[in-house]
Design a binder for this molecule. Sequence first.
Ligand code: MG
Length: 259
Amino acid sequence: MKFARFIAAGEIRTGVVSGEVIREIEGDMFTAWDYTGNVFHCNDVSFVAPLVPRHVIGIGANYVAAREQLPAQLPDIPVFFFKPSSSVIGPEADIVIPNGIDEVKFESELAVVIGKEAKQVSEENVWAYIFGYTVANDVTAPQFFHPDGHWTVGKSFDTFTPLGPVIETELEPRSVSVKARVNGEEKQNSPTELMIISISKMISYLSSVMTLQPGDVILTGSPVGAELVGPGTVIECEVDGIGTLRNTFVAAKAPAVSS
Ligand code: MG
């Protein structure tokens, strides 16, 4: 099933996409919901991020270029970081390059949406806690990484976490590819089997540290090929079976001068 949030007749609504139509639902997507009976055509609505995440957690440097580069030994502590939910935008919304810099990096990623409270979950059992999957763009301004190694500022600007277009609940995440196109030219295209830390390992590990809750979103890392891009660039992030998340990079407006 493909869940989406969208604006129609001036309201943000939630629905299930099938083909070219969206059937509106009411209730909690994660627990109990019903169809309202309202049906919209996809062309008549504007999609927004498919959920308002509770937490957004990313993992750093999680892909190799080829199978033979997969390390025999995994790191003891994976490199995780948080992104604020205020950085989330939906499909077609502009990604704003902060004042003072000319370029930012796109990172196309498969994003996991947690659907059930998860605490101390074993690797074999993580699948029961996953609600579905969406596409993310983990936009990054490495110019704002702290020299001591902290990434928070460079990952946190408003508009730096596009999500969408839908949450697909029936995906097999171990057999899809994560892709990115810049102005139509392919820059990233890797199967998820090139992940260093697998989805089951990363969720099991996280659940041993913090209790994961419905609405938590985990960005699983970006394939080789992410680049710095400037204003006017159109970025399309795509995962087989979910769809394409398209956004345009724009320059920030100059800050207002106070008198
Ligand atoms: Mg990333």
